[in-house]
Design a protein around this ligand. Sequence first.
Ligand SMILES: Cc1cc2nc3c(=O)[nH]c(=O)nc-3n(C[C@H](O)[C@H](O)[C@H](O)COP(=O)(O)O)c2cc1C
Ligand SMILES: [Fe+2]
Ligand SMILES: [Fe+2]
Length: 387
Amino acid sequence: MVNITKDICYIGVDDHEIDLFEGMYIVPEGMAYNSYVILDDKVAVMDTTDRNFTGAWLANLEAALAGRKPDYLIVHHMEPDHSSGIEAFAEKYPEVKIVATAKAFTMMKNFTGKDYTARGIVAKEGDTLELGSHTLKFITAPMVHWPEVMMSYDEKDKALFSADAFGKFGALDAVDEEGWACEARRYYFGIVGKYGAQVQAVLKKAAALDIRIICPLHGPVLQEDLGYYLDLYNTWSSYGTETEGVAVFYTSVYGHTKAAAELLAEKLQELGCPKVAVSDLARDDMAEAVEDAFRYGKIVLASTTYNADIFPFMREFIEHLTERGYQNRKIGLIENGSWAPTAAKVMKGMLEGCKNTTFAETEVKILSAMTEENKAQIEQLAKEMLE
Ligand SMILES: Cc1cc2nc3c(=O)[nH]c(=O)nc-3n(C[C@H](O)[C@H](O)[C@H](O)COP(=O)(O)O)c2cc1C
Ligand SMILES: [Fe+2]
Ligand SMILES: [Fe+2]
């Protein structure tokens, strides 16, 4: 149990058992399900927890309450990693009023089979809840990244309870050697990336508030240098370029396409490219590759032709990009095939709908193994990517 401020207490839990977060994302450093309690004249509990940690979370809550009883449960998000404790909590504290958006109450019924509206307060945009010296103001955040999401702003401590926004992978007791952005970026583009416009809308509302503390549902509480985090969220949600350089993604069966991707990386470095990131889409973490595609403004895709199509991992990768609204990029293409290469055409076709995106004129076509002409084309492509 940790005090964030005099009245705001952290009562979340760390999860080191989980294999895949949201059924897809590896989390080698575990995951934190954050929850908070505000102890004022009235006591407000902010969200619950994951289903495997309801007992531990209720124990944290009890310790923080030190004999007091909660008055409100504020539900910011109904995804089960935060809402699985609602039933047990509501049973344990029958007097508590539940505060959530109308959509969240519908989801509560669908998840639990119980109707909580009789003891509920429906929160709408701009509504406030008085706790005593603290007043909570509710900010709806539809589709960041579910429709029922809302955030709360505590006017006294200037704390924003931001739901999944500003969250990251990793338990709080894990050592974060790479810094916040690495796993926050993988989390953002994996889970929220499709909803850039909705995140932009919330950032505009947040800009009108004096925020000193961000209390997200995952990852550390952010208290210093908040401009850094807000700027990153602005870049990410506007599909801007965060890092100058080129990211190269390849698939390869026998190694020839890999050799082409590596030669391109070498040429880019020789030409002074500030940063070159290379990913093997069959072996590297897919979510890590996806975050890199959004991090850099320029990418090169190199794929083998596979049954008159592209290699399955490349198809999956491009689908991850397009379903997340990939845009504002420059894309280079390298294809390989032993009898009838089609990879470049297929990749281009999949990416054609991306907004404000251009393709490099130099398209590298390899027929099995690189020729001297291919090597010259790759150098040409490197130059073009850096223009
Ligand atoms: C299952 C399978 C299907 C393939 N289908 C095609 C194809 O439709 N057209 C083609 O030109 N090459 C096809 N190829 C050949 C590869 O694209 C080609 O050998 C390429 O050079 C492999 O590059 P790599 O050395 O990077 O693996 C196929 C290869 C495999 C293993
Ligand atoms: Fe979520
Ligand atoms: Fe979450």
